[in-house]
Design a protein around this ligand. Structure first.
Ligand code: ATP
Ligand code: MG
Length: 277
C-alpha cells in the first residue's frame, strides 16, 4: 500500500475549514508602514457560522480579502481545507457590501453567471438559478434588471448568485449594512434558513452587534491599531434563532458582552470614529 500523497499539508489544529495563521498585513504609506493586521490566528470549523465585529478600520475587510484570496498577507498564511490560499477559488463565495451585480444582466442571468463560467450546460444553469432565485424570494423579479430592484432585493440577488455556484464557504462583508432594519432582519432569518438547509461555512463581517450575536455560533471581536483579534465569544444559543431567542435574556446578555468588548476597546484606541458604532 502506498502512503504517498500529493495533498497539501494538513492543518495541525484538526479539521479547520478555514485556518488563518499568524497573519500580518502591512500597507506602505508615504513615510511609514501601516500595520492593518498583526498576529491574527483564527480557525473556523466546517459548517460553522462565525461573525466578525470591530471598530471601523480594524482590518475586517482586509482579513476577509485575504481569506478570499483577493489580497496576499505580508506574512503568515490562510489555509482552506488544509491547502494554502493563493488566490480566489470557486469554493469561496464572496458577497460584498456594495451589491456587485452586473447591471446589464437580469436577476436570473446574474445568478447564472458563475455557472456559465463553470461551464454548466444551459438547462442545468437555468434550473439551478431558478432554485436559488426562489430561495431568496425573487422569482417574480427573475427577468428584472438590477436598476429596477430595491437595495434589499439586489442584495438577495447577490446572495443567490453566491449560493448558486455551491461554494462550501461564504465570505460576507457587511452584506446587510445599507439596508433598513426590517429588510435586514428578514435577510438575517433567510440567511440562517439557507445556512441550515444547505450547510455552509460562513465568515460574516458586520458593524451591528445584534446581528453578530443573532447569526453566529462564535463572535470574533477585533481591535484596531494594529488590527488584531481582541476576544472570541461563544454564542451558546440554540438554532433556529427564532424571535423568542432574539428577545431572550440570554441573547441580551451576550449582546451586552459583545458590545462591551467592542466599546471598551474602542475607547482605548479610537478618538473620532467611536460614535459610529
Ligand atoms: N490598500 C490600502 N492601502 C493603505 N491602507 C489600507 C489599504 N486597505 C486598507 N487600508 C487600511 O487598513 C486599515 C484596515 O482597513 P479595512 O478596510 O480592513 O478596515 P475595516 O475594519 O473593514 O473597516 P470598516 O469597518 O470601516 O469597513 C484601515 O486603516 C485602512 O485605512
Ligand atoms: Mg470593511
Amino acid at each position: 500500500m502506498t502512503t504517498s500523497t500529493q495533498d497539501a499539508p494538513r492543518t495541525t489544529t484538526g479539521a479547520a475549514k478555514i485556518s488563518v495563521r499568524d497573519t500580518r498585513k502591512t500597507f506602505a504609506l508615504k513615510d511609514e508602514e501601516f500595520v492593518a493586521l498583526d498576529g491574527v490566528n483564527l480557525d473556523v470549523a466546517d459548517n460553522e457560522f462565525v461573525t466578525v465585529v470591530g471598530p471601523s478600520g480594524c482590518g475586517k475587510s482586509t482579513l476577509m480579502n485575504i481569506v478570499a484570496g483577493l489580497e496576499a498577507p505580508t506574512s503568515g498564511q490562510v489555509l482552506v481545507d488544509g491547502a494554502g490560499v493563493t488566490g480566489p477559488g470557486p469554493e469561496r463565495g464572496v458577497i460584498f457590501q456594495q451589491y456587485a451585480l452586473f447591471p446589464w444582466l437580469t436577476v436570473r442571468k446574474n445568478v447564472e453567471f458563475g455557472l456559465k463560467v463553470a461551464g454548466l450546460p444551459a438547462a442545468e444553469r437555468r434550473e439551478r438559478a431558478e432554485h436559488y432565485v426562489r430561495l431568496v424570494g425573487l422569482e417574480q423579479f427573475a427577468d428584472a434588471l438590477p436598476k429596477t430592484l430595491s437595495g434589499g432585493m439586489k442584495q438577495r440577488c447577490a446572495i443567490a448568485r453566491a449560493y448558486a455556484v455551491n461554494p462550501s464557504i461564504l465570505l460576507m462583508d457587511e452584506p446587510f449594512g445599507a439596508l433598513d432594519a426590517l429588510t435586514r432582519v428578514r435577510l438575517q432569518e433567510q440567511l440562517l434558513d439557507t445556512w441550515s438547509t444547505e450547510k455552509r461555512t460562513v465568515l460574516f463581517i458586520t458593524h451591528d452587534v445584534d446581528e453578530a450575536v443573532f447569526l453566529a455560533g462564535r463572535v470574533v471581536v477585533m481591535a484596531a491599531r494594529p488590527g488584531r483579534i481582541h476576544e472570541v465569544i461563544d454564542v451558546d444559543l440554540p438554532y433556529p434563532r427564532t424571535e423568542e431567542v432574539r428577545l431572550s435574556p440570554e441573547f441580551a446578555e451576550l449582546r451586552n458582552r459583545v458590545w462591551r468588548a467592542v466599546y471598551h476597546q474602542t475607547t482605548d484606541t479610537q478618538t473620532s470614529t467611536q460614535t459610529q458604532n
